[in-house]
Design a protein around this ligand. Sequence first.
Ligand code: PYR
Length: 495
Amino acid sequence: MAKLTGVDVGAHNTKESCWVIVHGKAYDVTEFLPEHPGGSKIILKYAGKDATEEFDPIHPPDTLDKYLDKKFHLGEVDMSTVEVEEKQVDADEAARLERIKHMPALDQCYNLSDFEYVAKQVMRRTGWGYYSSGADDEITMRENRTAFHKIWFRPKILIDVEKIDMTTTMLGSKCSIPFYITATALGKLGHPEGETVLTRAAAQHGIIQMIPTLASCSFDEIVDAADGKQTQWFQLYVNKDRNITKRIVQHAEKRGCKGLFITVDAPQLGRREKDMRSKFADDGSNVQKGGDQDSIDRSQGAARAISSFIDPSLNWKDMPFFQEITKMPIVLKGVQRVDDVIKAVEHGMHGVVLSNHGGRQLDTAPTGIELLGEVMQELRARNLQDKIEVYIDGGVRRASDVVKAVCLGAKGVGIGRPFLYAMSAYGVPGVCRAIQLLKDEFEMNMRLIGANRIQDLTPDLVDTRGLHVHTVPTGNDVLYGGVYDPLVNPAFKAK
Ligand code: PYR
């Protein structure tokens, strides 16, 4: 069959007939326009044109095969006939490209905030806006960090700390250190190879990776990038259509995932202003505007665009459904109260992640580390401490944070954004260096605290008396404070 030409596709550049090219193939998306979770406007911007670059970061490669009826797959396009549009590089973008040429050498990054500092300057605005944003006033997001400063060590002296063993197990899988790469969406907003960058770095370091439902890469690409020996878990956003949920959970199990983390703190994704302000560029369309644009609210940035399938009716009564469809250990991710941890035990869950979703959901929700002390106390009082594995995430930037969490009873700690920043700035070597820095810090901390093995990290090694006080000033973390990107008011238009 003769290939389509750029002119053939270009003729369909209206709302009434909208064709787009993705990876050298043309698709008729006219009927799909009103259904597109990100709104029709962004597709119409590319009506009659090549949309690959915009499409890639936010859609796994199998999206069109899965969701667009085959009759709308129009076939291959002779890409030599497609006009390549001159990219308009505005002053901000030109400055960003210049900064990329002068990035600091990787070995100049000595801590996780250094990666954030570099990423902030070299990432595109949309990616940075999406990754760095927190909910509302970002109070919880910042508290996630400062909460760790309120815990002080009570180090032991004169312990033989020549040998240090940092290895542990999480959900029965061995790992080199008690932290994991937690699930974060849209990896290709930071790096063209997306989540597979994290997979490869995790393999090199014996670190567990949690695969996100909302990855830019397809699930299979991420599993295929693994080395066959490493452990991967699967994070689930529960689809309103339980058949889809069942299919993806069972597929994850079949492909070897060793844990199912059901996100329970996001019946609706939070309101994140940095993401909203830097939303996917939706102006400049050459398509006629006006009329009933579309019904989906596009003003909410990437988060809303990708999350409309999440089931807000998910509740405790659904738990047996998951236990029936999989044998993977099930962990509830995003638990925020002590009594919900007890309920999780009663429902036969294998674990909980005490988490506020990186401060991206409910602002002024408690931090995982603060909750941890309370949770472990209650579990111990009920003799349930061995019935469930407790994890935390949020705000971790130093291995001392991980040590503190483990002392308080966490089995492990999730780290998300820092690895995204290391990935976005420096790819696999960046993530490997970030992990290695944490390992070096962890080993040093264990020596200095007087602990040889993970079992030696016990509650008596930390002083948490200040943890529950929210109003006292804490020691300033100049690194985190220096890279924190404050919320802003709207800019006036240029005269
Ligand atoms: C987030 O943006 O936080 C998601 O989990 C998708």
